[in-house]
Design a protein around this ligand. Structure first.
Ligand SMILES: Cc1cc2nc3c(=O)[nH]c(=O)nc-3n(C[C@H](O)[C@H](O)[C@H](O)COP(=O)(O)OP(=O)(O)OC[C@H]3O[C@@H](n4cnc5c(N)ncnc54)[C@H](O)[C@@H]3O)c2cc1C
Length: 481
């Protein structure tokens, strides 16, 4: 099958009737009609439609090796540097449609799956058909252009080093049985962004800490409507307001869900890992997961930073504060961040090499640097917006106010150096939604944590980075002296 259309994606997830809970009620009826999900589902549908545009075919798709039909570029296993560049441009094309505000749009998991498929041999070491299962699943998702969510971490009960869960009271999801039909999973996982609005969910061991208990060493993928699988939503940050009032929240609120497995049977053909601690603990380091997923993530973060730079410069122009040096310095900070991210991305492609799996793999060091740098830098963008926008960020009446008897006064008293009150508030509402609203605060939290705890990410860079040349040079210097 070729790439999917937005309508097909919506029809598919509407039919699933998955077990989703929001504000104390089970979601009933087509999910694409639900106020909490409508906006993001339609934004995601637009992404799918975009890859069907004739003029975008070459960028957004490639020829399926199994059918010859056009399938999505985010599934492409890169074999050349040109393939890597094509992947980047495709990811950025989608990100431009959302301002980079949809962290978990489909290319995220398509890339994860591509990376695991490319190194599927890793899964064969446990025997059985696990490697074949990974390959078949990748092909199935690619050929049907499926949309996936995922959950890789355990509930935040007690993160102290020696915590071990009480065996009789399961909280973190674990394998409780293996039958002739598959493995049985019981317990909860955090956190699946877009849980409930995708076709399927992929579950992998937590990369955060080594597992010493085989019952947590599992990986699989199942449809979202599998019996016993439940998604518990947080409060929605799409408050059903017009696009004028909540320009981002009304379109890109992805929702985060707690995932509960209530005696869920995962059929053997969907099991990728069951009980092999060595594979579970080395999976992320040994596969192409880190380089390929960070390459995708950083490609998107570049577009997101451009979007923020655009907002910030428009604020500066609108209230005409560009002559002040501290304003220039603040905008320059964002430019430096943007150029740093672009350079790290370019360096990763320039120094890309074929890895042991035969995949053209971007250089991990610049990407790990970027993925460490951005969580610390992104919160500053919100701060800069607040420091420049000042009271303008709370002088933001709604569209209803502009349609009320006070509209003339609002247009007059809220005018800026570039336009009337209506246009000025439209921009300031965007700036507020990206930096101060519930949607905007979540974006900041997302950038801080979505790829893992920044403290431990720094540890990954520390251990991964070859420091021997630098150390040798200093040793030689000391000796010569
Ligand atoms: C908005 C958002 C969306 C997300 N979406 C997804 C998703 O779709 N799928 C998914 O799988 N995950 C998702 N995540 C989860 C993300 O992967 C985790 O937030 C991240 O791995 C950190 O884990 P944690 O939240 O459990 O924090 P914790 O590990 O509980 O950390 C809490 C604090 O304790 C410190 N700490 C804990 N343990 C240690 C340690 N061993 N050493 C040093 N310090 C420690 C941390 O530094 C931190 O300050 C999302 C997170 C957010 C915020």
């Amino acid at each position: 099958m070729p790439v999917t259309s937005g309508k097909e994606y919506i029809n598919r997830i509407d039919k699933l009737n998955s077990d989703i809970w929001l504000e104390g009620k089970k979601v009933a009826g087509p999910i694409s009609n639900q106020p909490a999900f409508k906006g993001v589902i339609h934004s995601q549908a637009k992404l799918y439609d975009h890859q069907m545009l004739k003029e975008k075919t070459d960028l957004m798709t490639y020829e399926s090796p199994s059918t010859g039909m056009r399938v999505g570029t985010s599934f492409l296993e890169p074999k050349t540097k040109e393939d890597l560049a094509k992947r980047r441009l495709m990811i950025q094309e989608w990100a431009k449609l959302t301002g980079g505000m949809m962290g978990r749009s489909p290319e995220y998991m398509n890339t994860v799956l591509m990376a695991f498929n490319a190194s599927a041999q890793l899964f064969s070491e446990q025997g059985g058909n696990c490697a074949e299962n990974v390959k078949k699943y990748y092909e199935y998702c690619r050929e049907n252009d499926l949309c996936l969510t995922h959950t890789f971490i355990q509930p935040q009960v007690d993160r102290s080093k020696f915590y071990a869960e009480n065996k009789d009271d399961i909280i973190a999801a674990k394998m409780i049985d293996q039958t002739k039909d598959g493995i049985i999973i019981q317990g909860a996982r955090l956190l699946a962004t877009q849980g409930g609005i995708t076709d399927e969910i992929m579950v992998f061991p937590s990369g955060a800490q080594l597992s010493i208990d085989e019952s947590y060493a599992y990986a699989f993928a199942i449809p979202n409507n599998t019996k016993g699988l439940k998604f518990f939503c947080r409060e929605s940050f799409d408050y059903g307001k017009a696009g004028y009032d909540h320009p981002l929240g009304s379109k890109f609120e992805e929702m985060d869900t707690i995932v509960v497995f209530d005696n869920v049977l995962v059929p053997w053909e969907r099991v990728f890992l069951h009980g092999d601690l060595a594979i579970g603990n080395s999976l992320y380091a040994e596969s192409g997961f880190f380089p390929h997923v960070t390459h995708m993530v950083v490609s998107k973060q570049v577009v997101k930073t451009e979007f923020l730079l655009g907002i910030i410069q428009l604020l500066v122009d609108t209230i005409n504060v560009s002559e002040y040096q501290h304003i220039q310095e603040k905008v320059a900070e964002v430019i430096i961040a943007l150029e740093t991210m672009k350079s790290l991305l370019a360096a990763s492609e320039l120094n890309a090499k074929i890895d042991r799996w035969g995949t053209m793999t971007p250089d991990l060091n610049p990407l790990l640097s970027a993925i460490n740098y951005y969580p610390r830098t992104y919160p500053r963008f919100s701060e800069i917006i607040q420091l420049i926008g000042a009271s303008g960020l709370v002088s933001i009446p709604t569209e209803k106010d502009f349609n009320s008897p006070i509209h003339d006064e609002l247009r007059k008293y809220l005018q800026s150096s570039t336009g009337d009150g209506y246009d000025r508030v439209k921009l300031f509402r965007l700036a507020w939604d990206v930096s101060m609203s519930a949607f905007g605060s979540r974006q900041t939290l997302y950038e801080r944590f979505f790829f893992g705890d920044p403290v431990r990410l720094a540890g990954t860079l520390y251990h991964n980075y070859d420091k021997s040349n630098a150390v040798e040079r200093v040793k030689r210097f000391l000796k010569d002296d």
